[in-house]
Design a protein around this ligand. Structure first.
Ligand SMILES: *Cc1c(COP(=O)(O)O)cnc(C)c1O
Length: 222
């Protein structure tokens, strides 16, 4: 089990390194977040022993429990976030990838060290999906940049089903440019999952969120 996990991790790392070379960037410029949602804490511990330091979770309850058991790694919150949970998520998350509306910016803007966030963009035509509309991105980026409790790293998105990921990530790159125009330090792009991380790297992704390609398939429930 451990060695299979190690083998998958090594295989993904070498694919990332090759894709980074093809995009003319050092692999060290790319952060890999291993998404461990639904996976038991034992698997997180094994990954930590294999050198992983960045973990992603998408449900507050589960994330909070895991972060309490393993506080010495970076926890990335990648799921949809309710305003009333914002304060609690902020307490354990090093990075929140799913900031997508003004009330959430306000709920997260609390005293203390600023929390690193990504502005999530909805690349689908469905307004019910998580993420801000691309046209709203610059105004939201300005609001985040003006909030002392938040530090804007860049933009985040999930490639829509039914569109070639590379095309979607290319659009994201254009949206990232509009965000950087109002917030010059927001240079990061959180994009790329198990099925499309090489396309994301080709379009400038700096933060990959990879689950099953490393962890193996997810249990149906935690
Ligand atoms: C689950 C999840 C991932 C990882 O998905 P895989 O296909 O398992 O790599 C990445 N990003 C978000 C937002 C997720 O919810």
């Amino acid at each position: 089990m451990t060695s299979e996990l190690g083998d998958r991790l090594a295989a993904v790392r070498s694919r990332i390194a090759e894709a980074a070379v093809r995009s003319g960037r050092p692999a060290s410029a790319i952060t890999t977040i291993v998404v461990t949602k639904f996976q038991p804490i034992e698997l997180v511990r094994e990954l930590r022993e294999l050198g992983v330091r960045d973990f992603g979770e998408n449900r507050h309850q589960e994330a909070r429990e895991k972060a309490a058991l393993l506080p010495d790694v970076r926890w990335h919150f990648v799921g949809q976030l309710q305003g009333k949970k914002a304060r609690q998520v902020r307490a354990y998350a090093s990075v929140i990838h799913s900031v997508d509306r003004l009330p959430l910016v306000q709920a997260l803007d609390l005293p203390g060290d600023p929390v690193d966030v990504f502005l999530q963009i909805n690349l689908t035509d469905d307004p019910e999906r998580g993420g801000a509309a691309p046209n709203d991105a610059p105004a939201l980026a300005e609001a985040i940049a003006a909030a002392p409790g938040l530090s804007l790293l860049g933009v985040m998105a999930v490639a829509p089903l039914g569109e070639e990921p590379r095309r979607a990530f290319s659009r994201l790159r254009g949206i990232a440019d509009t965000v950087r125009a109002v917030s010059p330090d927001a240079t990061a792009i959180s994009a790329g999952m198990s099925g499309d991380f090489e396309d994301a790297i080709a379009e400038g992704a700096t933060h990959l969120r990879i689950g099953t390609a490393i962890t193996g398939s997810r249990p149906a429930r935690a």
